[in-house]
Design a protein around this ligand. Structure first.
Ligand SMILES: Cc1ncc(C[n+]2csc(CCOP(=O)(O)OP(=O)(O)O)c2C)c(N)n1
Length: 285
């Protein structure tokens, strides 16, 4: 790959879809090693990560401390399996390192942290990502850098007070180089957010906090690309892109699970899952 990936999508939608399929296979490879995990999250967010890491973000996999790089901040440490897949595919660390996922002493822990090359923050304790991303975006501006900050947070994190304090600060400082993606997958550890502590109307809440807001199908690569382009055209406010995603997306065996937060998978199910992830949508089965 080129050393610094081009900003603003100079790759085709089918290429990005192919990347997303590869990321899903990487997620399954890692999860199979440990037989369980946050598989649904990794599969559900593969489309976003394909767009960011293989089209949109400016970064250099061989120079992770390049000050001008765009930042991807993963607030939700338990989604790290998805980010490991993207970083390995991008060449930040060797593909074979994925086989150490979850093992003692591995740099690929089940809940991601800064020991992993390419991670910008340690995210196990939820509700801190937006505050850190706001700080980073403000820091870039003060330093005169063009870097953009992309954040991925979850619907469960909308129940944290710290999220809304940071949202207020982001709007106050008019951080328009900050894009926060909110993964609304409709689940959290104890069930649906609606039954734990209701979060809707999510769009209206971000709007009321002064953000430029869009809500899209987070598993539609074309829609993700379009939403990022629209965010670039709207200056003076930070951007929230709410993603409606399906946990387990791309593997029907997992898409159908009622509780998908942390799954255990029977040994014989992995081959089926792999086969399903390899199938190209629309291709004859
Ligand atoms: C501050 C904090 N509180 C609680 C937890 C425990 N916890 C880990 S994942 C999780 C669910 C959070 O919701 P969400 O990220 O929406 O869940 P998912 O979509 O992954 O099912 C919780 C409560 C935590 N890690 N940090």
């Amino acid at each position: 790959m080129t050393s610094i990936t081009a900003p603003s999508i100079d790759v085709s939608i089918p290429e990005l879809q192919e990347r997303a399929r590869t990321l899903r296979l990487h997620v399954l490879r890692m999860a199979e090693r440990v037989g369980q995990g946050y598989v649904g999250q990794g599969l559900g967010i593969a489309d976003l990560l394909a767009v960011l890491y293989f089209g949109e973000m400016r970064y250099d996999p061989r120079r992770l401390d390049w000050p001008e790089r765009d930042r991807f901040v993963l607030s939700i440490g338990h989604y790290s399996i998805g980010l490991y897949a993207a970083l390995a595919e991008a060449g930040v660390f060797p593909l074979d390192e994925m086989d150490s996922y979850g093992a003692d002493g591995s740099r690929l822990e089940m809940s991601g942290s800064e020991v992993t090359p390419g991670f910008e923050m340690t995210g196990g304790s939820l509700g801190h990502g937006l505050g850190q991303a706001v700080g980073m975006a403000l820091g870039h501006r003060l330093a005169g850098r063009k870097s953009r900050t992309f954040l991925l947070m979850s619907d469960g994190e909308l129940q944290e007070g710290s999220t809304w304090e940071a949202a207020m600060a982001g709007a106050h400082y008019r951080l328009d180089a900050l894009i926060a993606f909110v993964d609304c997958n409709g689940q959290q550890a104890d069930g649906a957010p609606a039954t734990v502590m209701g979060i809707e109307p999510v769009h209206d809440k971000w709007t009321a906090f002064g953000w430029h807001v869009q809500r899209i199908d987070g598993n539609d690569i074309r829609a993700i690309v379009h939403a990022i382009a629209c965010a670039k055209d709207a200056s003076g406010r930070p951007h929230a892109i709410i993603l409606d995603t399906l946990m387990g997306k791309g593997v029907p065996l997992f898409e159908r699970r009622e509780k998908n937060h942390f799954i255990r998978v029977a040994p014989e199910e992995w081959a089926i899952a792999r086969e399903q992830a390899m199938a190209r949508p629309g291709a004859p089965s």
